[in-house]
Design a protein around this ligand. Structure first.
Ligand SMILES: NC(=O)c1ccc[n+]([C@@H]2O[C@H](COP(=O)([O-])OP(=O)(O)OC[C@H]3O[C@@H](n4cnc5c(N)ncnc54)[C@H](O)[C@@H]3O)[C@@H](O)[C@H]2O)c1
Length: 436
């Protein structure tokens, strides 16, 4: 059992903290947001993530998981400190490391005994070197080891991803640090999960390269989808055929309205900026970014086309506000882009999402929100499916048609049967599926 502190109790910090407690460690999650900590101590979970509430309450009840705003005290009392604060994009595309910097400063002031300082936040290559030299200005080398341990969990399946990862990546420069980290992840050895050891820069790069590659796959299939539309091919058939090739794999070959979320958009901008500052052109990364922007515009054009280029004063029902299903995270969600543009064109917006409405309301307080999809689409001039929540997959198309004022539908996640849409005489469009 290790005494662990997790600095930053957001999507990654809270799931990791609860997961590390489940591994048998004594974990305290800390945050500068005192309200968040207060709620957590009352058993309230500030985010929507399947399975998280029961994992948190079980480990809190078993006295392995704690929440505190006493950041200094918890750091002094812990052996391993995970940094899991946000690293958003700054104005020039780079990762904004101010929260990491502030967490490191607090660690420096409270380094009262040997500790492992481990970064889980996604940070540019070179950050470990910078943090190590910053701590070394105040403390001798025997007082700490620095570790990079990037996180690969996906929102929506984060608990499962943390407890049963494909691999754990550890970057360090001392055998003592590797040994400590192997002990942290010891329960995973039972499932033969690879716990992989690298240098700190390689570990930092693995995270950015992985996210860039996944984003590239999405942009690639979106371009293929767009081409399929013009040559009467069906992108789902194409993806199916491609995905059976083990060198390609079927994952991340789903076309749609472009990727969003709190990771891909900022991480690919950050690796592009890293390339630029090192004189290395990352052309595939730049193309991924451009393709993603173009895909969102293309979806907007499809909406306009469906509505005869006349959206002013028309009511558009948006189904799905989060950037993907099973999360309430709306950061960089394609729905935000579409809603902003439609508002600019004086369309009237109806919106529904199973869990993300409250977050969306903070940014768009003046659109009409509904408690279910049926009320949302009632009397609307068009319906746009932006997120593939399971509850939308089950929509009865006969009922949908009867509720809409005009049967115009953009299925931006390709969840509905084309055959059915055709037989019901919907005016519809999708992404990359032949329906002639
Ligand atoms: N969200 C994901 O799916 C995901 C997946 C893998 C990696 N990551 C990376 O993990 C990091 C965290 O992402 P997130 O989505 O959990 O962010 P988040 O915004 O949900 O949470 C960050 C938390 O850190 C807290 N915080 C900020 N500065 C602090 C400080 N100095 N001391 C204590 N707490 C502080 C904030 O109050 C917030 O609660 C980012 O680098 C992100 O790129 C995220």
């Amino acid at each position: 059992m290790k005494k662990i502190a997790v600095i930053g109790t957001g999507y990654v910090g809270l799931v990791s903290g609860a997961g590390l407690a489940e591994f048998g460690h004594e974990v305290t999650c800390i945050d500068i947001d005192e309200e968040k900590i207060r709620k957590l101590n009352k058993g309230m979970i500030p985010i929507y993530e399947p399975g998280l509430k029961s994992l948190v309450s079980k480990n809190a009840k078993d006295k392995r998981l704690y929440f505190s705003s006493n950041i200094e005290g918890v750091i002094r009392d812990s052996k391993i400190i995970f940094i899991a604060v946000g690293t958003p994009q700054d104005s020039d595309g780079r990762a904004d490391l101010s929260s990491v910097d502030s967490a490191v400063n607090t660690i420096i002031s409270n380094l009262n005994s040997y500790k492992i300082i481990c970064t889980k936040s996604t940070v540019p290559v070179g950050t470990g070197k910078w943090i190590t030299s910053k701590i070394s200005e105040k403390h001798t080398a025997d007082k700490f080891d620095y570790v990079s341990n990037p996180e690969f969990l996906r929102e929506g399946s984060a608990v499962n991803d943390f407890l049963f990862p494909d691999r754990v990546v550890i970057g360090a420069s001392s055998s003592k640090a590797f040994k400590e980290m192997r002990e942290v992840y010891r329960p995973l050895f039972i499932n033969k999960t690879p716990v992989m050891e690298f240098s700190v820069p390689s570990s930092e790069m693995i995270k950015y390269a992985s996210n860039s590659f996944l984003a590239l796959k999405i942009s690639f299939i979106n371009e293929i989808a767009n081409l399929c539309e013009t040559v009467d091919a069906d992108v789902h058939d194409v993806a199916l055929g491609m995905g059976k090739d083990g060198r390609i794999s079927s994952k991340f070959l789903h076309p749609g309205p472009g990727f969003g979320g709190s990771c891909f958009p900022k991480d690919i901008e950050a690796i592009k900026a890293l390339g630029e500052s090192n004189g290395i052109a990352l052309n595939t990364v730049s193309a991924t970014i451009e393709t993603n922007k173009a895909q969102k515009e293309r979806i907007l054009k499809k909406i306009f086309k469906l509505m005869d280029n006349n959206v002013k004063g028309k009511r558009v029902a948006i189904l799905g506000l989060s950037f993907k299903p099973n999360t309430d995270d709306i950061r960089e969600s394609p729905s935000q882009f579409i809603v902003s543009k439609l508002i600019k064109e004086s369309a009237l917006i109806n919106a529904y999402d199973p869990v993300a409405i409250n977050n969306f309301k903070e940014l768009y307080p003046d659109i009409n929100y509904f408690e279910n999809w049926k009320d949302c689409v009632t009397d609307a001039d068009a319906c746009i499916v932006m997120t593939e929540w399971n509850e939308f997959r089950g929509i009865d198309l006969v009922e949908l048609k009867s509720l809409l004022k005009s049967p115009s539908l953009l299925d931006a996640k390709n969840i509905f049967s084309i055959k059915k849409l055709k037989s019901l005489e919907f005016n519809f469009d999708n992404v990359g599926r032949n329906f002639i």
